[in-house]
Write a protein that binds this ligand. Sequence first.
Ligand code: AMP
Ligand code: MN
Ligand code: MN
Ligand code: MN
Length: 288
Amino acid sequence: MPLKIDLHCHTTESDGGLDFPLLIERAAEQGVDVLSITDHDTTAVYPEAYDYAKEQNIQLIPGVEISAVNDSVVSGRGQEVHIVGLGVDINDEALQRLLKENRSRRALRVEKILSKLVKAGFPNLEEQLSSLVKGQVICRSHLAKVILDAGLVKNFQGAFDKFLAKGKRAWVPIQWQSMATVVDAIDAAGGYAVLAHPTKYRLTEMRLSLLIDDFVAAGGTTIEMAYPGLNPNQRAMLVRQVEKHQLSVSQGSDFHYPGTSWTELGVFGVDPQLFTAIWQQFDVMKAS
Ligand code: AMP
Ligand code: MN
Ligand code: MN
Ligand code: MN
């Protein structure tokens, strides 16, 4: 049996629905051998999560998903991207400073979003939001949940479509740190910078190709090649990018909650015979 490897998922420390003990238990039930928990802009589950993973015979790779901006004049200004840092030293001070800065920018954005909603005549959802957020990272998905629970929209996606997405009535942008800064911070913390879910940025192949050029120029060496919602044409396009730049590949479920039909821990796999798999850097082996 090939190893089941999942290098992208979330807990209640960011916008996931399970805390890390439950997430690790679920990963074990799904037969995952190697896992990285990659919360948005925090490594709070580490180091406590290592013991839980060990008990479940799971090899845990430290990880984080960092929001960044690619401000290239060529490929498009202000493009938000997510960079997963795998194998980072969670005690690296510069990395932790960068993550903390992102968390503060998130908190400021949320205040502005809440006040935009109030100014537009909607109820103040601050209390509902505080009781929902369990960790130190506030995401728009938390806001979407409280907007939904307040009955302002019919479903979760509606909260983005009506309020939170770019250009909508409660849209507030964040000036993230540059992709190059984030890649450098991950490198300096001894990790590998992975461009997360490259086809989720809704770019044409031309623009995505330029983005990947920029990612490579910034020092990135790895892209995700298996994740939810990737169709065969998109996958073929990513294979062309991998060949062009001699990239390594990663894979992950981007699991957030139980009950989502389109993803589950451990279900997205790349054939490691066909590519240079990033997890080969982590001495992966069957734990039992
Ligand atoms: P953010 O606070 O901007 O980092 O957003 C956090 C989460 O919101 C992401 O992990 C996505 O799962 C979700 N999200 C972002 N944009 C959208 C969108 N347009 N529609 C639905 N979900 C979204
Ligand atoms: Mn998320
Ligand atoms: Mn992401
Ligand atoms: Mn994610």
